[in-house]
Design a protein around this ligand. Structure first.
Ligand code: SF4
Length: 471
């Protein structure tokens, strides 16, 4: 068992027993569920919109190389720079070089999971720069020195009181009051200073529009627009799978993303950016860079069974719907992308050995499949990961022996009947001798929380023969 796998089990048990955590998550999830249900009714045909969104993203993935080249050509023609980064180190190095060349002291970031993936902030801080997250949720988890809890709502696990206490400690000069509005105002006062002092702004991208050469960014707080227009240098860091063919496609993708992300008809600030400011423009960066990150994505692309994972638009709906995520919480996964999509992607992006256990943190209820706006069959990918995990030799020896014996027994009718007969007798004998069910080897975890069923006197076959003869 890997270290991360052991930590997952310990943290899952702790979080599931933490009633304060569970009630905070439940309250937030209940209001999310209500908003999304209402949001879907705004569509004439929600299922048709989902199907179209999936189609557009599939088209983007199938034509990844030419679409990215088209995007690149248009950005470069407007005076922007496009860098193709093979992995995290490559991307970090490029961005650090741009920052050093521009003598950057302060960086503002708008929300971006890809920058978490490449561990960008620690690299910039190591060079002596100050980095501020400007999305409110991201700022809160930054001040708490912890990773985002959720890919859309990074601080959803915290109560207003916890945030008030945090702000009183970390930004006392800006705190006046404690209502939601007053806390937001405190963060805004604090962040305004960061925006005006920053030489570099870093953002992610929700979509890269190939035919127009534009980066589409959605934020609800306006921080994205300040991050991308106030500092002298703007760097977009994005996965290569974000490319879509046409500007028109945003007509379906923007409302679908907003609906499954937060239940809104459209995200408050939907912005398109294509390059540095022109000579006749007052606002915008003087330098504009787009870092196109591979970091394992072409491996996913090459794998026909897993390829559709690249359709993900990071809306977070599968996390919100997942009964496991709702109990164990986002930090338990200890992965950049938590929940079903993270459990599917992380073993491929990193390694089966480190993250393969996440594919087992799933009851295969398929709730995530039913909500995914781009129709990714996440449960199929988790099963595929389990196959790869076992094929790479990561399964426990006891499991391997157990399943080999079961396979051998199940391959012969007489053998199967014999093992059933013997198993019933052993189990009945053990229970009659007063042996606790908790001591029953592989059944121990199961029986810890559940009553042991009565051992049947007869096998299913015997009962069948009794009722139906030899039919
Ligand atoms: S897998 Fe689907 S539901 Fe989950 S984050 Fe991605 S797009 Fe949203």
């Amino acid at each position: 068992m890997s270290r991360l796998s052991e930590e997952f089990l310990v943290s899952a048990a702790q979080k599931s027993a933490d009633l304060t955590h569970r009630s905070t998550i439940k309250r937030n999830m209940d209001s999310y569920d209500a908003a999304v249900a209402k949001g879907k009714t705004r569509f004439v045909d929600w299922e048709a919109a989902r199907a179209r969104a999936a189609q557009v993203k599939s088209e983007g993935i199938r034509n990844l190389a030419p679409l990215l080249e088209s995007f690149e050509a248009k950005v470069v023609a407007r005076g922007g720079h496009v860098y193709w980064a093979e992995n995290s180190e490559d991307a970090r190095q490029y961005i650090c070089d741009v920052a050093l060349k521009n003598k950057v002291k302060t960086v503002v970031k708008s929300k971006s999971m890809v920058t978490e993936e490449i561990h960008l902030s620690p690299a910039l801080e190591k060079l002596g720069m100050t980095v501020w997250e400007t999305d409110l949720g991201e700022l809160i988890v930054q001040l708490r020195k912890e990773p985002p809890y959720h890919i859309v709502t990074p601080a959803m696990h915290l109560t207003r009181e916890q945030i008030r206490d945090l702000f009183q400690k970390e930004i006392p000069g800006d705190m006046r009051g404690e209502t939601h509005q007053e806390l937001v105002a405190a963060a805004r006062r604090f962040l305004r200073r960061a925006f005006f002092s920053a030489e570099m702004g870093i953002s992610g991208a929700n979509f890269l529009v190939a035919d127009a050469g534009l980066v589409a960014i959605s934020t609800n707080e306006g921080n994205g627009r300040l991050t991308t227009s106030l500092p002298r240098v703007h760097v977009v860091v994005t996965g290569i799978e974000k490319v879509i063919p046409r500007l028109d496609d945003l007509g379906v993708l923007w409302p679908v993303l907003a609906t499954t992300g937060t239940g809104q008809p459209i995200t408050t600030y939907s912005t398109l950016i294509g390059g540095p400011k022109r000579a006749d423009e007052a606002d915008g960066p003087e330098e504009f860079h787009v870092v196109l990150l591979d970091n394992g994505r072409t491996e996913v692309l090459a794998d026909k069974a897993q390829q559709e994972l690249l359709r993900c638009i990071r809306c977070g709906a599968c996390l919100n719907m997942c009964p496991v995520y709702r109990q164990v919480g986002g930090h338990t996964y200890k992965s950049i992308y938590p929940g079903p999509i993270g459990s599917a992607l992380m073993p491929i992006f990193q390694s089966q050995q480190e993250y393969g256990h996440l594919s087992y943190a799933c009851s295969l209820c398929t709730a995530c499949n039913s909500v995914c706006p781009v129709k990714i069959k996440l449960s199929d990918h988790l099963l595929e990961n389990r196959r790869a995990y076992v094929a790479e030799g990561n399964a426990k020896l006891s499991e391997k022996i157990g399943f080999s014996v079961f396979r051998w027994a199940a391959m012969g009718a007489t053998r199967f009947a014999f093992f059933g007969w013997a198993g019933r007798r052993v189990l009945r004998g053990a229970l009659a001798m007063g042996i606790s069910p908790h001591a029953l080897g592989p059944l121990a975890t199961w029986t810890k929380y559940r009553a042991v069923m009565d051992v049947p006197k007869q096998s299913f076959r015997a009962l069948w023969r009794k009722q139906n003869g030899n039919r």
